[in-house]
Design a binder for this molecule. Structure first.
Ligand SMILES: Cc1cc2nc3c(=O)[nH]c(=O)nc-3n(C[C@H](O)[C@H](O)[C@H](O)COP(=O)(O)O)c2cc1C
Length: 223
């Protein structure tokens, strides 16, 4: 069985990456006792050279050689091909400007658009594997802008990911620890003590939720 874990944070080993690693543990622990051979590929998007969709529309060309796939030949071409038939996908993104970040946006354009038909009642998805998405952000959960963020995330999940693949499990992680040492940066918005407190009390629970997401995706993959 093959799972793809996509890290769109440039910071290896930070919040998003740690959460994804926990999800990997959840997948491994769940499928450990089964006879399935499990391969989990963790991809750091910032290590790769690629662009978003180039709007060539070859993926939608009638009887064309690239119908339903993406012809653009760069570092993610083979990954995208393999992902379309894999058994589970977890995306992890730092939130930039109240949305998923640019690297993940470009990646999703290339992953989803070839199998997103411009027609009702037409399903050209190769496989509907279980999915998860982890959003990692600075704002606190009681921030007045939270409903706006939720609308953005829900729209992506319901209108695009669910239409092309499946409705993803969704985990939102708030008030993340952003700097190693807050005193080194110009910042009057975020209180280091509050962030430390959050790190010690809430982040372990977030990691647990990420683990549970991995468990759920693994279970769904063998249903
Ligand atoms: C360019 C940029 C834009 C950001 N915009 C937001 C934002 O709109 N809302 C928010 O809550 N956090 C924002 N953040 C903070 C990140 O989401 C937060 O630090 C996250 O934990 C980073 O994930 P990482 O630690 O895995 O890299 C922004 C950070 C950067 C670098």
């Amino acid at each position: 069985m093959k799972f793809y874990i996509i890290n769109s944070s440039p910071r290896k080993g930070y919040n998003t990456s740690q959460l994804l690693d926990k999800a990997v543990e959840g997948i491994n622990d769940t499928l450990n006792d089964t006879s399935n051979e499990v391969k989990i590929e963790k991809i750091d998007l910032y290590d790769l050279q690629y662009t978003g969709c180039r709007s060539c529309f070859l993926c939608k060309q009638k009887d064309g050689p690239f119908y339903g796939t993406c012809p653009v030949n760069d570092d993610i071409k083979d990954i995208l091909e393999d992902m379309r038939s894999c058994d589970g996908i977890i995306l992890g993104t730092p939130v930039y400007f109240a949305d998923i970040n640019g690297m993940l946006r470009s990646f999703i354009e290339r992953l989803c658009f070839p199998q997103y038909p411009y027609a009702d009642n037409l399903d050209i998805t190769q496989k509907r594997m279980p999915m998860g998405i982890i959003y990692d952000m600075n704002i606190k959960e009681d921030n007045p802008s939270k409903p706006f963020y939720d609308t953005v995330f829900d729209f992506l999940e319901d209108m695009f990911l669910a239409r092309v693949y499946t409705k993803p499990y969704s985990l939102k992680v708030y008030n993340t620890y952003q700097f190693d040492d807050y005193s080194k940066y110009v910042n009057t918005w975020f209180d280091e003590e509050d962030k430390k407190q959050q790190r010690q009390t809430q982040f372990p629970k977030d990691l647990e939720e990420a683990y549970n997401m991995g468990v759920n995706i693994a279970k769904d993959s063998i249903k």
